[in-house]
Design a protein around this ligand. Structure first.
Ligand SMILES: [Ca+2]
Ligand SMILES: [Ca+2]
Length: 344
């Protein structure tokens, strides 16, 4: 009741000074009187005036319900783009009237009710409040007064919190982190003002080089195709920070272009063009990256017998030769006998 009584006194004093009030109404209407005419507000101090402004915002009950009133009278509008992820603190303490203030999450008009926060008296009859914001998001600030109140003052804004930016790991992968978080990672670089959406610029592609096939899981981070490596790590930083596991391989198979080559099956004497390495596995299978079947050397043909097998081959040839000679001699003897019999 005490606070309400104070308000009531102030209210009477204002309405009890018609000359002052009348002269202020004659001033120009503030350019940001209407919600749709908001003005950008930056961190720091912004001088404002609500003199002559109309009340176009709506009553915000219960968020703005203080001392019997839920509206913010003679309001003017500002739009703020958060420069940090953390807490935005604003105040109207340096003002010459009984202020009220509200912060809305968004930039549309009418302002998206209910407001994130609202305050009447934080410093005397001046207003102030703190809301949680996300870097890069928009917030509407509605500045006005308690019923019947208007005047001039200063809107002070201070965004305190962690600013995130691209953090480039030594292997070239990128993650949006605060400078403190990024500095804690050995060899990393914090790119102030850049985000990982600009990965090609934020982090050097060549730094993503690492041993290990991009399409085969291995216990070390990164893989041997820098473009593929960066693309996968952009989606999943685990792959470049800890291990190139099966999940990284699965992403690589979707994102990256896999190398193909000739797949020679020496057991079946067949060769397949443009095969993936993963599809050319098993006994007798040979994968030759980036070449066609007619370039496979030695040609994709039956395997040459091993040295130990040559003895068997020679013996078979000797046996076959001997049998041929014997068979030939027998035939010649029969021919001689027949010829002699025929001539006698
Ligand atoms: Ca207004
Ligand atoms: Ca106030």
């Amino acid at each position: 009741m005490t606070k309400f009584s104070g308000k009531y006194v102030v209210f009477l004093l204002v309405w009890g000074a018609p000359l002052t009030f009348g002269s202020s109404r004659a001033q120009a209407v503030p350019p940001n009187d209407d919600c749709t005419d908001w003005i950008m507000a930056l961190d720091g101090d912004t001088a404002f005036s609500t003199v002559g402004a109309a009340t176009d915002g709506v009553e915000e009950f219960p968020t703005c319900h203080f001392s019997a009133y839920a509206n913010i009278f003679h309001d003017v509008w500002y739009l703020y783009t958060a420069t940090c992820s953390g807490e935005l603190t604003l105040d109207l303490c340096n003002s010459d009237f009984d202020t009220k203030v509200a912060v809305y999450n968004g930039y549309t008009c009418p302002a998206p009710s209910p407001p994130m926060g609202c305050n009447d008296d934080a410093c005397g009859v001046g207003s102030g409040l703190t809301v949680t914001v996300d870097q890069g998001s928009y917030y509407q600030i509605r500045v006005g007064g308690y019923i019947g109140q208007e005047g001039t003052g200063v809107l002070s804004l201070n965004c305190a919190g962690d600013v995130t930016a691209a953090c480039c790991y030594p292997n070239g992968s990128c993650e949006n982190l605060t400078q403190t978080q990024c500095d804690a990672i050995s060899g990393s670089e914090w790119q102030q003002g850049q985000m990982c959406g600009q990965a090609g610029q934020a982090c050097a592609v060549s730094d993503c080089l690492a041993s290990g096939d991009c399409f085969v899981a291995h216990p070390t981070p990164g893989c041997n195709d820098p473009n593929c490596c960066l693309a996968v790590c952009f989606q999943d930083s685990f792959c470049c920070n800890f291990e190139w596991d099966n999940a990284c391989v699965a992403q690589a198979e979707v994102i990256c272009v896999q190398p193909t080559g000739a797949c020679c099956n020496r057991n079946a004497f067949q060769c397949t063009e443009g095969a993936l390495q993963a599809d050319c596995q098993g006994p007798g299978m040979e994968w030759h990256e980036g070449i066609s079947c007619n370039q496979v050397s030695p040609p994709c043909a039956p395997a040459v017998p091993a040295v130990s097998e040559w003895g068997i081959v020679v013996l078979l040839l000797i046996g076959l030769t001997g049998a041929t000679i014997l068979f030939g001699n027998q035939r010649r003897s029969e021919f001689s006998r027949c010829t002699l019999g025929h001539t006698t």
